[in-house]
Design a protein around this ligand. Structure first.
Ligand code: DQA
Length: 146
């Protein structure tokens, strides 16, 4: 069971980026917490982050046949990227959309997700736990589909 965590733009700044919204943990801290849960679930995880839309698209394409699932925090690209949506649909790797913040409680431009329709489901608003819950959702989804 291999799960790829992809993180979009500005998530490399976690820890110092708007802590009132995103908390004080860095992306490395979040990865550590996910790895604790992954060990319990006997899942292998890989974490990547990019500020570049095309790089995320390439990683999604390359996940086919390599990873069983993707957990994706596309950050601002969630609300803008047809290219990421198309990559998810094309790759056919079950994908869970996640967000640290509750995007529905924020500005209206964050209420729409272009990627949600091609994802298995969406988890948001639980801070670091959105990542842990994303892993649990991905693993249980794969196991149900077997
Ligand atoms: C985010 C929410 C997005 O609207 C925002 O652009 C982000 C982070 C989240 O994790 O809450 O960069 O995806």
């Amino acid at each position: 069971m291999k799960v790829l965590f992809l993180n979009g733009p500005n998530l490399n700044l976690l820890g110092t980026r708007e802590p009132g919204i995103y908390g004080n943990l860095t992306l490395a801290d979040i990865e550590s917490k996910v790895r604790v849960e992954a060990a319990k679930l006997k899942a292998e995880v890989e974490f990547r982050q990019s500020n570049i839309e095309g790089e995320l698209v390439t990683w999604i394409q390359q996940a086919r046949g390599v990873f069983n699932a993707i957990v994706l925090n596309a950050a601002a690209y969630t609300h803008t990227s047809i290219a990421i949506r198309d990559a998810i649909a094309a790759a056919g790797v079950p994908t869970v959309e996640i967000h640290l913040s509750n995007v529905h409680a924020r500005e209206s431009f964050r209420h729409d997700s272009l990627i949600a329709p091609v994802c298995r489901g969406v988890i948001g608003g639980f801070g670091v736990n959105s990542y842990v819950l994303g892993l649990i959702a991905a693993v249980s989804d794969i196991e149900c589909g077997k």
